[in-house]
Design a protein around this ligand. Structure first.
Ligand code: GCU
Length: 422
């Protein structure tokens, strides 16, 4: 009996080891064939934007809804806005900072979130806007003591956590540069939309609870979870922008870093109001090709963060070869709108090359529209951004958002946003 138990333990450990094994060796990337973007499930080949939009695109969207991020809910939720503060002298008088309480209600539940906007004071008409979640609360992006703590934050951070410190993640928010270049920002803490931790309490405090039958024991294979909820939440920020006379609705970009880079691509794939979609270091289940199984893989991510994905996704743990879709198709769903993917040289976990290749392999769909994607399959060197209808850069340094990244994001938006409306 003892021997038997030891055997089971050894087998279990080997299995865990195999599943947790992360490959960083390019020569061990398996050979794989990616699904053809333009080949419909019935074998026909799409040759026009119209066929893409009515036939192939819905097929691909369905893969992501049913097998990766889960089905986004579309039931009606009531929303109200209340401006809590307005400071017309923010950033040394360059910008107006507003905090807006957004109250959602549905299925007998009410949820409050707080959005923060920074709008350039020097402007001629409406301005372009970046929609971007913050990780550590609105208070982490500036030292301003009037910034209200994000309500979802208390659910995931103990009172003595250093993340309560004002301005603790200011380095990721190049506000001065953004305002100087005439862009506005709307941000919100992602914990307000789905507190980023496992368990029923988090789900119950998420926007998923605004919809009937949201229970954790909802074992439907396509039940949406955190990434789906975060994507939904960024579309709600766009709804708010639609009520504002300073926001140029034809020039809305979404920028997301890492797990929020995954959510930004998913939001961009579903909501055409995002004219430019930017993913920074989004890695596994974001911009990186799953079938390369380099760096973080589906086994690792679904075990560490099971609440991010629909239950079906873990079927592909250690089984990427069986996937009938891959992340280049998520990027292609954004066309003919513009997509920009950014990597960091020291971020092997996110498989930088896989992020580049997925962006590059979205090319056929841009071509259908007579547009140019990355127009190369050759991975560029550091600080050599590619900017066509799709864009990409890899910069030196670690997994982070730097001023260099923001500057390139703005270059890309400058290139593609229509001229300002007066
Ligand atoms: C972890 C996770 C990644 C994610 C990252 C982040 O490293 O494994 O998938 O992108 O956190 O959000 O910073």
């Amino acid at each position: 009996m003892k021997k038997f138990l030891t055997l089971i333990l050894v087998a279990w450990t080997c299995n865990m080891f195999a599943q947790n094994n992360v490959n960083y060796d390019e020569t061990r990337v398996p050979s794989f064939v990616l699904p053809n973007l333009l080949e419909c499930n019935d074998g026909t080949i799409v040759t026009s934007p119209q066929e893409w939009e009515t036939k192939r695109r819905p097929e691909i969207l369905e893969y992501f809804l049913s097998q990766e991020y889960g089905r986004t809910r579309h039931d009606k939720v009531n929303v109200s806005y209340k401006t809590l503060t307005e400071n017309t002298h923010a950033l040394n008088g360059k910008a107006t900072l507003r905090q807006i309480r957004i109250t959602f209600s549905g299925a007998g539940t009410t949820l409050e979130t707080i959005a923060m906007t920074l709008v350039p004071n020097q402007r001629n008409g409406r301005v372009p806007v970046f929609v971007a979640y913050n990780f550590k609360g609105n208070h982490s992006t500036l030292t301003d003591t009037t910034i209200v703590y994000s309500p979802g934050f208390r659910l995931v951070k103990k009172p003595d956590d250093p993340d309560w410190k004002r301005g603790c993640q200011m380095n990721r928010w190049a506000y001065d540069k953004i305002i100087d270049r005439g862009y506005a920002v709307i941000t919100m803490c992602y914990h307000d939309i789905y507190p980023d931790a496992n368990g029923k309490e988090m789900l119950d405090h998420s926007v998923c609870a605004l919809f009937p039958d949201h229970a954790l024991n909802d074992t439907r294979s396509d039940a949406w979870r955190a990434i789906g909820a975060w994507a939904w939440g960024s579309s709600r920020l766009v709804d708010y922008l639609y009520t504002q006379d300073w926001a140029d609705l034809d020039r809305i970009a979404i920028m997301g870093h890492s797990r929020q880079g995954k959510a930004a691509l998913w939001a961009g794939a579903q909501d055409p109001r995002f004219r430019v979609v930017i993913s920074n270091c989004s890695g596994c289940s974001g911009a990186a090709l799953a079938k390369r199984v380099y760096g973080e893989n589906i086994g690792v991510i679904t075990r560490s963060f099971p609440w991010w994905f629909c239950p079906m996704y873990s079927f592909y743990a250690g089984n990427e070869a069986a996937m009938p879709f891959d992340q280049h198709e998520l990027i292609a769903l954004i066309a003919p709108r513009h997509v920009y993917v950014a990597s960091a040289a020291e971020d092997n976990w996110a498989d930088q090359k896989g992020e580049f290749l997925a962006t590059s392999y979205a090319e056929p769909v841009y071509r259908l529209y007579g547009m140019t994607g990355l127009n190369t399959t050759e991975w560029p060197g550091l600080h050599q951004p590619i900017m066509h209808d799709a864009g990409y850069h890899i910069r030196a340094g670690i997994h982070d958002v730097t001023d260099y990244d923001w500057e390139r994001f703005m270059d890309f938006c400058d290139l593609h946003f229509p001229l300002a409306k007066r």
